[in-house]
Design a protein around this ligand. Structure first.
Ligand SMILES: Nc1ncnc2c1ncn2[C@@H]1O[C@H](COP(=O)(O)OP(=O)(O)O)[C@@H](O)[C@H]1O
Ligand SMILES: [Mg+2]
Length: 270
């Protein structure tokens, strides 16, 4: 069996998947190809319901494709991966634990023998990076939505995963909080090198955070368009207003319209 291309930490090759439903098979992904270079951020955009979250479950080894292959770090994914960190739109922090205890949770699972002190030191280091020093002993409900999402990012990184999967983690935040989190994400990348797949429905987010933006087609999803954004980080937020970014956003918007099966000027009714 052929392995992944050189330098690609994640490789999704010809992945086809259908869910079995009472009404029959629901094809979700069809011959999907994505390659993510080690240390890079791949932003994935596509119409609602096209299969983006399904893709994240396949990368994490929580599900397996009907056809095709998912490679991580030169290994075919055949079981759930401990070397993956995940964060979602809903931070799902446990209310009966403090923020610090929530952040160390993955270490309790993947490194149970690590001394407690060491686990806490690692968590505190991350909490400091995202500006949550002083909140480590609070409960999740005592924090704002943006702060909870910062804590969730720390939890996803605490065990130094090879791969970070972010499934619309900033989607529920207000615009300014979201932009703050984007900048935090660039700062985190400087200190915590990780290869990431970021699912988003925000094209500006994809351009600001992605080294590559992959546009998925409507369901069943295939790779409709790939855009490289070769700008080193950390990127200033005002880069979103320069001509290159505006041009990129126009291309992506057009691609999304094609993916949604709309090519004219009509706007969505809802
Ligand atoms: N476990 C499941 N069983 C059956 N259908 C599912 C299941 N999970 C998701 N789906 C369906 O598969 C499609 C793709 O889902 P999903 O990957 O969550 O899309 P996205 O994240 O792009 O919105 C949707 O139509 C969804 O309703
Ligand atoms: Mg989803």
């Amino acid at each position: 069996m052929k392995g992944p291309g050189l330098g690609n930490l994640i490789e999704i090759k010809g992945v086809t998947h259908a869910y079995k439903t009472k009404a029959g098979p629901l094809p979700v992904l069809e011959k999907l190809d994505i390659a993510v270079a080690e240390g890079s951020f791949c932003a994935v955009v596509g119409p609602s319901g096209c299969g983006k979250s399904t893709l994240t479950r396949l990368i994490a080894g929580l599900m397996f494709p009907d056809e095709g292959e998912v490679w991580l770090h030169g290994e075919l994914v055949k079981s759930p991966r401990k070397t993956v960190g995940m964060a979602f739109q809903n931070p799902v922090l446990l209310e009966w634990r403090t923020i610090l205890q929530n952040v160390i949770l993955p270490l309790e699972i993947v490194a149970p023998r690590m001394p407690r002190r060491q686990k806490e030191a690692r968590a505190l280091e991350l909490l400091e990076m995202v500006g949550l020093t002083g909140f480590e002993h609070k409960r999740p409900s005592e924090l704002s939505g943006g702060m909870r999402q910062r804590a969730s990012l720390c939890r996803s990184l605490v065990h130094k995963p090879d791969v970070l999967i972010l499934d619309e983690p900033f989607g529920a935040l207000d615009a300014f909080t979201r932009e703050d989190l984007w900048q935090t994400m660039h700062e985190l990348r400087q200190r915590e090198p990780v290869t990431a797949v970021l699912i988003t429905h925000d094209l500006r987010e994809s351009v600001y955070l992605g080294d590559q933006v992959v546009v998925l087609s409507g369901r069943p999803a295939h790779t409709q368009h790939v855009m490289d954004i070769p700008i080193p980080g950390p990127r200033p937020l005002d880069m979103l207003y320069n001509k290159d970014s505006v041009d990129r956003l126009a291309v992506l918007r057009k691609q999304i319209q094609i993916a949604q099966g709309r090519t004219g000027n009509e706007e969505r009714a809802s």
